[in-house]
Design a protein around this ligand. Structure first.
Ligand SMILES: C[S@@+](CC[C@H](N)C(=O)[O-])C[C@H]1O[C@@H](n2cnc3c(N)ncnc32)[C@H](O)[C@@H]1O
Length: 226
């Protein structure tokens, strides 16, 4: 289910979700009003509806504040690879919502080297790789109902479809909801070529994603392009 709604007021019952897995809006200009006021409202709502664990992909530039105000149980790292010339990594903050679901029991890998989605493979400006989401979601055993309150192009929806998990997604942008619904229905990932440094992710990688890998092409550094 993917709906057009604001993450500050989710139409969901308390503790009705096993795992919230999301990439929140990163930039000040991506939200209305003060970024951290919005963040407080999102976190309150996500904490209200989630009963086992929360995974939030964030910007490395926000990490200092988050460590003080929303200290996670654990931080995983998404390294984006050598062909991505800016923001080469993102922290993924993991919160344990209740002691009945101890996240450390399930996380067997903290670092993921997965090429960022680029160029023609991108249908949303913040689209993330399905392989990354698939690999992380797969670790959270027993989390069968997954929420992404910032669904964007529907990467979480596509990964959940592949893993046969029940998915609920929201986005403020109606066009994103349409795109995410289509992607979920078609059961398609972006299948971007050029995935690199897969040592950590490989055991969990489905064959159809693995077979799409092709050698990386180097890009020139920023400012050096002609
Ligand atoms: C970082 S993007 C998500 C990208 C997504 N993970 C993907 O792979 O395509 C964040 C999304 O949050 C949506 N958004 C921003 N503020 C929102 C709010 N208050 N409630 C719901 N969605 C919101 C934006 O429209 C955007 O699509």
């Amino acid at each position: 289910m993917i709906m057009n709604a604001n993450a500050i007021k989710l139409p969901l019952e308390d503790l009705s979700i096993d795992l919230t897995f999301t990439s929140v809006p990163f930039k000040d200009q991506d939200v209305e009003g003060d970024y951290w006021t919005n963040y407080d409202q999102w976190m309150q709502e996500i904490s209200r509806v989630t009963r086992k664990a929360i995974c939030i992909i964030q910007s490395a530039t926000r990490l200092n504040y988050l460590m003080q105000h929303y200290p996670p149980k654990r931080v995983m790292v998404w390294g984006k690879g050598i062909s991505c010339y800016a923001w080469r990594w993102n922290p993924i903050l993991v919160y344990q919502v209740s002691d009945n679901y101890k996240v450390n029991k399930y996380i067997w890998c903290d670092t993921f080297g997965v090429q960022a989605v680029q160029g023609k493979w991108k249908s949303h400006k913040y689209q993330d790789p399905e392989l990354l989401y698939y690999t992380i979601l797969k670790m959270f055993k027993g989390c069968e109902i997954v929420l992404d309150p910032f669904v964007g192009s529907g990467t979480t929806a596509a990964a959940c479809q592949r893993l046969e998990k029940k998915f609920i997604g929201f986005d403020l942008d109606f066009d994103c909801c349409k795109m995410a619904r289509k992607r979920e229905a078609e059961h398609e990932g972006e299948m971007q070529p050029g995935t690199c440094a897969q040592a950590a992710a490989e055991p969990a990688m489905p064959a159809e994603l693995r077979n799409k890998n092709v050698p990386l092409r180097m890009r020139s550094a920023p400012g050096k392009e002609k």
